[in-house]
Ligand binder design. Structure first.
Ligand code: FES
Length: 143
């Protein structure tokens, strides 16, 4: 798999995204393997993994909620939405619900700025969200 991207510019991020897509998350045991294959230091690989919010080292929760906190959504109530949803789910940003079934994440623009506050539940983008709607979408998406 690394060979497919070995000579591409910015190949480290491409390799990490590809691995995550295939494996679900980036197990820390992969860091020395990727570093060796791309002739990089472990610190370089670890640095990229911890810098990019879309890369994760633990398996994702079955239901993933991502709420936009960028400017257009912030101007129409995104911060209150994040706070309300977090409180009602019992999850902090970057964390999961107590049962580990729902993760709550921030994102900075989903390309749905005109319909903010926007968010994504299980990969689908939704606009004009309020906490009731987010919780309804979560309830439908729960396994
Ligand atoms: S600013 Fe929220 S979708 Fe663009």
């Amino acid at each position: 798999m690394v060979d497919e991207h070995r000579h591409e510019p910015g190949n480290l991020l491409v390799v990490l995204l590809d691995l995550q897509q295939r494996l679900g998350h980036l197990d820390p045991a992969l860091v020395p393997v990727v570093a060796h294959e791309l002739n990089l230091s472990r610190a370089e690989v670890h640095g990229v993994i911890t810098f990019y919010r879309d890369l994760r080292t633990t398996p994702p929760a079955p239901v993933r909620v991502r709420l936009c906190r960028a400017e257009a959504c912030a101007s129409v109530g995104a911060e209150a939405l994040v706070s309300d949803v977090g409180e009602r789910l019992g999850a902090r940003l970057g964390g999961t619900t107590p049962d580990g079934q729902v993760s709550l994440e921030e994102v900075f623009c989903l390309g749905n700025c005109a319909l903010g506050p926007s968010g994504q539940v299980d990969g689908r983008v939704h606009g004009r969200l309020d906490a009731d709607r987010v919780l309804d979408l979560v309830a439908r998406a729960r396994p």
